[in-house]
Design a protein around this ligand. Structure first.
Ligand SMILES: *[C@@H]1O[C@H](CO)[C@@H](O)[C@H](O)[C@H]1NC(C)=O
Ligand SMILES: *[C@@H]1O[C@H](CO)[C@@H](O)[C@H](O)[C@H]1NC(C)=O
Ligand SMILES: *[C@@H]1O[C@H](CO)[C@@H](O)[C@H](O)[C@H]1NC(C)=O
Ligand SMILES: *[C@@H]1O[C@H](CO)[C@@H](O)[C@H](O)[C@H]1NC(C)=O
Length: 489
């Protein structure tokens, strides 16, 4: 096996380019049209923005996408592609410079430089976390659930925009209220906002000058609030601690997850009433802000799964295992685990539990005989659709004596630490790498690839340690028989 191309991908994606090379000239492009769709959800909001761009210069290939300060703060995922293509484009971010234009720049590298009047459609997908909150903040057990989304209206750009339109789409037509911003007449002759079904459309706004500047933002940017019904629980993972332990000795990959899950819907008004809950369950009329159970998609081929909470083993879970396949994490097959906590999770409640499983090492590891490297992929997280993970920590424990360790996360962690992990029968301890992440979304479902070598002498060290341990035990037993410790003589 040759080291596959995905190992090189992260390095290319996050290649830093020198800022002096970026001519952020507002004259290199113009936006003939921008359409933004904001898909409202629970703890995640998915935003798709299509920029129809036209080059005004020859040989331009760096297009700047600007996000306002608030928007950038809640943006946890950013991906740019050419319309109709699957390959993400390389993006470099420039931190906010408070003295300059009040925006964050994401520099998108176009695959080919454009010449004058060359056009391209760029699709930017972002995921916002914590952009919604329950409103009202409290709800009784039988009440409905509604959320408020707050955000900035206009799509900012360092380039002139001929026309733009913003659609805010709720999951259902039951939109309780939405802001109609005033005094945007400079850019529109029509109504500023119109509602149709589950969608509120703002604009079209025309003839917008370059807008990535504090002056424009101060004068024209508008704050909008949309209040909508939400028919599913708002699930938030407050913390995920994943430990993946590689064992060549047992040909096993063990994954344990310590999870603090939070129902981020409206907090329960009054006491929890079990009778009412049972009757709601019976009539299949459970309020959307109650979580009775959770379904996880785990890798195929797993075994020895366990699930326990602060009170011990939870027996009300069901696991259906899909058969083992190589490259398990990338296949589209999965085992299904339905978790049923001991009690339904009401709004504002936390639930702390541990979930773990073993899987054949061969399902996620490969060996390159020509270089002597092992390659293994560990999923960053087990995605719960629509849920944010506020803090995640992934610790990968390598076999004892592993050397030449390389770690290739699918996106940048906030921190990366190396340590040594010592367990039973280890002689020198196992190298470990811990990666931390913040605000993961359901788009952050990649694999952390690791490469390492295990010298032959190390493969032999384990049996040696075991035999020494057994030998010592035997010797003690032997001595114990020889040496008479009784006091009676
Ligand atoms: C995570 O999200 C919160 C709320 O949007 C934000 O305040 C915080 O800065 C984010 N953290 C990171 C590292 O992105
Ligand atoms: C680009 O398009 C504009 C307007 O359509 C036209 O006037 C101009 O000549 C074109 N430039 C080139 C180099 O084709
Ligand atoms: C935990 O509960 C599951 C499901 O009933 C059961 O199969 C398993 O044996 C239990 N594990 C322990 C350690 O009691
Ligand atoms: C749940 O955990 C969060 C922190 O993650 C804490 O702020 C909150 O008070 C907890 N809620 C309850 C009901 O214990």
């Amino acid at each position: 096996m040759v080291l596959p191309s995905w190992l090189r991908l992260p390095a290319i994606l996050f290649a830093t380019i020198s800022w002096s090379l970026v001519s952020a000239s507002t004259h290199s492009f113009e936006n003939t049209a921008i359409v933004r769709t904001v898909d409202l959800g629970g703890s995640l909001v998915h935003v798709t923005t299509t920029y129809a761009i036209r080059a005004l210069d020859n040989g331009v290939n760096r297009y700047i996408v600007s996000l306002g300060e608030n928007e950038a703060r809640s943006t946890s995922w950013f991906e740019a592609k050419l319309k109709g293509q699957n390959e993400p484009l390389s993006v470099t971010t420039r931190p906010l410079d408070p003295t300059s234009d009040g925006t964050h720049s994401y520099v998108v590298e176009l695959p080919k430089p454009l010449s004058v009047n060359g056009t391209v459609n760029l699709v930017v997908e972002t995921v916002l976390t914590h952009a919604t909150y329950p409103w009202p903040k409290k709800a009784a057990q039988k009440d409905d659930q509604s959320l408020k989304y707050e955000g900035d209206l206009l799509v900012l750009s360092p380039y002139k925009t001929w026309t733009q339109r913003i659609k805010v789409r709720a999951p259902a037509p039951r939109i309780i209220s939405y802001t109609t911003p005033d005094s945007l007449d400079e850019f529109t002759t029509d109504q500023v906002a119109t509602k149709s079904g589950a969608t509120v459309t703002y604009g079209p706004f025309s003839n917008i000058p370059p807008s990535a500047s504090t002056a424009f933002i101060g004068k024209h940017q508008r704050h909008v609030v949309v209040h909508y019904y939400f028919g599913h629980p708002v699930v938030e993972i407050a913390s995920l601690k994943r430990v993946a332990e590689i064992s060549h000795w047992g040909a096993n990959l063990n994954i344990q997850n310590d999870i603090v899950l939070r129902n981020a819907g409206p907090t329960l008004k009054g006491q929890f009433a079990r009778i009412e809950h049972q009757s709601q369950t019976f009539y299949n009329r459970l309020a959307p802000h109650i979580i009775p159970s959770l379904t996880f998609h785990l890798p195929p081929g797993i075994h020895s799964a366990y699930y326990y909470d602060l009170n011990g083993n939870v027996s009300t879970s069901r696991l259906r295992v899909a058969p083992s396949v190589p490259k398990a994490a990338q296949s589209n097959q999965y085992s299904t685990l339905e978790l049923r906590p001991r009690y339904p999770l009401m709004g504002g409640w936390n639930y702390t539990f541990a979930l773990g499983w073993d899987s054949p090492l061969a399902d996620s590891a490969g060996y390159d005989a020509s270089t002597g490297f092992y390659v293994l992929g560990v999923p960053v997280q087990t995605v719960i659709p629509g849920a944010v993970v506020n803090e995640a920590e992934v610790k990968i424990i390598f076999p004892e004596g592993a050397t030449d360790i390389g770690v290739f996360p699918p996106f940048d962690p906030t921190t990366e630490q190396r340590s040594t992990h010592i367990t039973y029968l280890d002689t020198i301890g196992r190298p470990a790498v811990t990666l931390s992440f913040k605000n993961l979304t359901d788009k952050h479902d990649g694999l952390i690839y690791v490469t390492y070598k295990v010298p032959l002498s190390v493969h032999l060290r384990k049996p040696k340690a075991v035999s020494i341990a057994f030998g010592a035990l035997f010797l003690v037993a032997l001595l114990a028989r020889r040496v008479d410790l009784s006091l009676s003589k």
